[in-house]
Design a protein around this ligand. Sequence first.
Ligand SMILES: Nc1ncnc2c1ncn2[C@@H]1O[C@H](COP(=O)(O)OP(=O)(O)O)[C@@H](O)[C@H]1O
Ligand SMILES: [Mg+2]
Length: 230
Amino acid sequence: MLEIINLNKTYGEGDTKVHALQDVSISIEKGEFVLIVGSSGSGKSTLLNMIGLLDSPSSGKIFIDGKDTTTLDDNQLSSFRNQKLGFIFQFSNLISDLTVYENVLLPRQIGSTNGSAEKDAKDLLIAVGMEDQIYKRANKISGGQAQRAAIARGMVNNPSIVLADEPTGNLDSVTANTIVQLMKSIAKKLGHTFIIVTHDRHQFGEVDRIITIKDGRAFEGEEPTMEAVA
Ligand SMILES: Nc1ncnc2c1ncn2[C@@H]1O[C@H](COP(=O)(O)OP(=O)(O)O)[C@@H](O)[C@H]1O
Ligand SMILES: [Mg+2]
């Protein structure tokens, strides 16, 4: 499903060069709910942007559903991204003049045109508990509702992998908790693969897998915290 092999990413040149990712190799199976954790600046967003094909690696390979994505040109990349990947960001980034429903449909109109799009958008809005808000304008709903809509939008193309970078980072803890439970239940129900960057691992409770990024390197599992030492 997702296979990352010896991935490296450096930013800048000479004295200002930053090795944001170093020799990262990870494979993730279909349906896994995975958290990526690590301190600020460790390389989490860089990794997610590479998996999301939003930026290209300095070296290494990323296979998605068996396809070597490093061989794709820009046009192929954007259609592959649209077909295979769904995105949820920290800020919902809904278009404020459009209705909730129109926002959720947007990725579908860019990609494949298919009669089932409208039904899929509505079904997802029901699944995220937004059935009463479907025809409201995006600037008339709360932050938590906007993030629910953003989840529906991220899933409307039936992506192989849903990527989320700090999806609850902009929400109060009660709303954040609701959104976390929603993502977990949707992932389970629909069998999607979720890869979520978070600084708040505890918010998520039990998950299939945790990957820790430290100084640009990836480790399986959670780093033990130091604070428990007497
Ligand atoms: N576009 C960029 N140009 C230069 N350096 C960057 C860029 N993006 C990230 N970095 C650097 O790469 C490292 C990893 O950043 P990032 O992936 O954003 O970390 P995280 O998401 O874990 O906080 C940091 O040192 C950051 O300053
Ligand atoms: Mg980040």
